[in-house]
Write a new protein. Structure first.
Length: 319
């Protein structure tokens, strides 16, 4: 099976710094969304420039990553979204097109919204909203043949849905420059507003690569993984795996012998995490490639009660 991980490792296995690898993923990974009529001309694309030049720049940055590390350390980031924003800001500064980031629009003491990025454009500014999202596809037994819909994708913590997130981005966040209060922080007019949506979607193992069509709004080549319960982890054919911390969820993992765990260790660690936090755990299944272990595929391991709660939440959302 040809996975996105295979492609990523072929292109970027020479990169060893995890932040540089995350940046490479952010720049070159496929978008989550397809170009459809409902948001045509509102999808941002990262300018990667000449491909050999990008490879050379990232390779050099991997050798000397201090500037990137300092840029990340200057922003206290515990949220994956902020981490991704800071990675992207570093690249946009490299391209010399970043005007400002995280510019708040206020009405008195009330914050109306925030521009993720304002970029230099001819005779004005370009507004970008960045979202790096991870959603789990939920389907009950018997629903597999009805196709997939945006409201079937729920956040790991069941707080939001992909449908709701996209609605907020395109109907609210991208309209911020139209608010009269925004004029006070905009030295030039915003000529265009676009969303850059990246991430991974997770499916049941028998569905992830099935021939059932994905929603028209989802890019055909989007990054995808699986989701399992704890018992299913013990049934996986794996010699080693890696539990990924939240800020390591972006790029396919690469690790040393000391970092990976065998199946029994993984089961124990995942079980303990789910007991204490009751939140899905991201597991990267690793394969050895010479001196390093590389992610072959990934999946979210959910608590035993997760599916029941997810189905209930989906019904509530639909009502």
């Amino acid at each position: 099976m040809r996975t996105y991980q295979n492609q990523f490792h072929r292109q970027w296995q020479h990169l060893h710094d995890k932040h540089v690898r995350a940046l490479a993923w952010l720049i070159t990974s496929p978008p989550l969304l397809a170009e459809v009529l409902r948001w045509r001309d509102k999808i941002a694309e990262i300018e990667a420039g000449d491909h050999p030049s990008l490879i050379a720049w990232l390779t050099e940055l991997d050798r000397y990553p201090e500037a990137l590390h300092q840029a990340l350390e200057s922003h206290h980031q515990r949220r994956l979204g902020r981490y991704a924003e800071n990675l992207l800001a570093f690249y946009l500064q490299h391209l010399n097109i970043l005007y400002a980031k995280n510019v708040q629009v206020q009405n008195g003491k009330h914050t109306l919204g925030e521009f993720d990025f304002l970029l230099h454009d001819i005779n004005g500014l370009l507004h970008w909203e960045l979202a790096t999202k991870f959603y789990i596809h939920v389907a009950e037994v018997g629903e597999i043949d009805r196709g997939v819909h945006l409201d079937d994708y729920l956040g790991p913590n069941l707080v939001d849905t992909l449908s709701a997130k996209l609605n907020k981005v395109f109907t609210q966040q991208l309209q911020l420059s139209q608010n009269p209060a925004a004029a006070s922080v905009l030295p030039l007019p915003v000529l265009k507003a676009e969303a850059l949506i990246k991430g991974w979607l997770f499916y049941r193992p028998d569905y992830a690569w099935s021939s059932v069509a994905y929603p028209a709004e989802i890019a055909v080549n989007h990054c995808r993984g699986y989701w399992w319960n704890v018992a299913e982890v013990m049934q996986l054919e794996l010699s080693a795996g890696l539990i990924l911390d939240r800020l390591d969820w972006l790029a396919p993992a690469q690790a040393s012998d000391a970092d990976v765990m065998d199946k029994a260790e993984l089961h124990e660690h995942i079980s303990q995490r789910l007991i204490h936090f009751q939140a899905p755990v991201l597991l990267a299944v690793m394969s050895k490639n010479r001196e390093v272990w590389q992610e072959s595929y990934r999946g979210l391991v959910v608590p035993d009660t997760w599916l029941t709660n997810a189905v209930q939440r989906r019904l509530q959302n639909r009502s």
